[in-house]
Design a protein. Structure first.
Length: 264
């Protein structure tokens, strides 16, 4: 690692921009390489073995090419499945993204919490462990809303996304037994905060939404406290998908200090 080594932020798509937005508040000038595995999207419909192999393989190649000082896996599905494996094989600090069940359990008044994630995330044993540790005595309702990932990607590309579309994709959470008591919903996918205005309208003003972007940014800043960044370090974004489609996201990246988009 050198002073020019960047922070590598990895996601299946553009949901990780919700984490980058919080990181920019704490480290506005830190060089960041944002890596979007759009060719592999969506992770939520893949098997655990497929996600683990893809994430560990890509991050291994990216770590070799970019020499990052820290890697953030800004994807709940990838983190709940592959975080342990990646930490074993890469000699670089790695920050994962896991469902914010702990803060949700602390603020719920009814004791009924919703977990809105991808189908792959909500079925993980990692989530079972978080529930046992932090939500004992609470009711946790889970729902895999894979369609919200595509809606979040569409919205960031400037396409119209309606409240009705978002409400339909997330309706399975409240239609469960006990769903009428929900007062707190964990957005367990970094894409979902992109749709928070639509979700608020769909669920109503009495429901509080929580996600982990602020906490992840604080963790990154803490781990890198006191480190120096080289003057010539530049931020950019890479994709495994089609570069023409990726460049449609240029305005979104520019809001976070990234003006160069490339194909990995």
């Amino acid at each position: 690692m050198t002073n020019n080594s960047p922070i590598l932020m990895f996601d299946s798509g553009v949901g990780g921009l919700t984490v980058l937005a919080e990181l920019r508040k704490l480290m506005p000038k830190a060089p960041v390489i944002y890596a979007a595995d759009i060719a592999g999207l969506p992770y939520g419909e893949k098997s655990e073995a497929e996600v683990a192999a893809r994430v560990s393989g890509l991050l291994g190649r990216m770590a070799e090419r970019y020499d990052p000082r820290l890697i953030c896996i800004a994807c709940n599905t990838a983190s709940t499945i592959a975080l342990g494996m990646v930490r074993e094989v890469l000699e670089v600090p790695i920050v994962g993204t896991v469902p914010a069940i702990k803060p949700a359990a602390q603020i719920t008044k009814t004791g009924t919490i919703g977990l809105l994630g991808t189908k792959a995330t909500v079925r993980q044993a990692y989530v079972d462990d978080l529930e046992k540790e932090f939500a004992r005595g609470k009711k946790l309702l889970r729902y895999g809303a894979n369609e919200l990932v595509a809606l979040g990607e569409r919205k960031l590309r400037g396409e119209e996304v309606s409240v009705d579309e978002v409400a339909k994709a997330a309706s399975g959470l409240v239609l469960q037994v006990g769903g009428e008591d929900l007062d707190t919903v964990v957005l367990a996918c970094t894409h979902f905060p992109l749709l928070e205005p639509e979700l608020r309208e769909a669920f109503g003003k009495d429901v509080t939404f929580v996600h982990g972007a602020e906490g992840i940014a604080r963790r990154i800043a803490h781990l890198l406290e006191g480190q120096k960044f080289g003057f010539f370090s530049k931020s950019f974004a890479v994709t495994t998908g089609e570069i023409g489609d990726f460049k449609r996201l240029a305005p979104a990246f520019e809001r976070h200090g990234i003006s160069t988009l490339k194909r990995f």
